[in-house]
Design a protein around this ligand. Sequence first.
Ligand SMILES: C[S@@+](CC[C@H](N)C(=O)[O-])C[C@H]1O[C@@H](n2cnc3c(N)ncnc32)[C@H](O)[C@@H]1O
Length: 285
Amino acid sequence: MEISNTDTIRISDAEFHMIADFVYREFGIRFADQKKSLVEGRLSKVWKEGNYRSIRAYLDDVKSDQSGKRLQEMMNRLTTNHSYFFRENQLLTYFSQNGGFQSLGYMPRQTHPDIRIWSAGCSEGQEPYSLAITLLEYFGPHLKAVNPFILATDISERALMKAVNGVYSKSEITENVNKLFLVNYFEHVGSDEYRVKKSIRDMILFRRLNLNNDAYPFKNRFDIIYCRNVMIYFDNDSKERIINRFYRYIKPGGYLVIGCSESINNLKHPFKQVAGSIYRKIEKI
Ligand SMILES: C[S@@+](CC[C@H](N)C(=O)[O-])C[C@H]1O[C@@H](n2cnc3c(N)ncnc32)[C@H](O)[C@@H]1O
């Protein structure tokens, strides 16, 4: 590594590959060669603060840190947490307005037990909160009787902390949340911030989870898994492994939703594509 007066520390190709291989083994995320300057830009501060003599010394420190803090810090910096409310909204309204919930047996404004949705790679919470609002709008006063469960997971502890807190700047909110939703589901805190109301926050369980883990710690399956704009980081092997694992965690007839610009059509998996980026587990109940 080459320490200079600028903020960015330059590393050799070999050092970059050491980091890229480590990140791939731990998280299934593949950094192509052109991501070298991104890695340098995002980790330089950590390298400077840790006064490391080499990338090997840095990785040894990450590996030997039993608390997992160094590894966490690395992931917090390397992942891109960009998200916003009601992103790719057609993938939410597919269920509330285009028959998706009905196809799962959930009728509007009627009571049904235990709808379970998982936002896998939820970033700072905009996705699961948008899902909670969508459910509320669909089930209306019957939502409580539906006993909704929304699990929201991410690998980034920093993103999850913001998600749990549910506080967003005015600009993060106003661009994508309509006035009615703003009044009904958010409260003004401070001059330029809004907080998701407690009743909505209480609908979601936030947890840290690495999607690249061999198994997930869930007993019950989900009606819908949203995993949008997350697998863009993964190579095809990791994607295929994760999608096939998702399949096991989806109820028969349930759905997997990926991002609009993503595709899993070139991979081996048992899902049936029912619309753009919406896939279904077609299996007898
Ligand atoms: C671009 S955000 C997408 C957020 C949201 N799903 C959306 O579409 O707006 C991608 C998220 O995936 C998370 N992520 C990346 N690799 C992951 C992994 N191996 N396990 C769990 N989450 C991961 C990142 O931390 C980040 O918050």
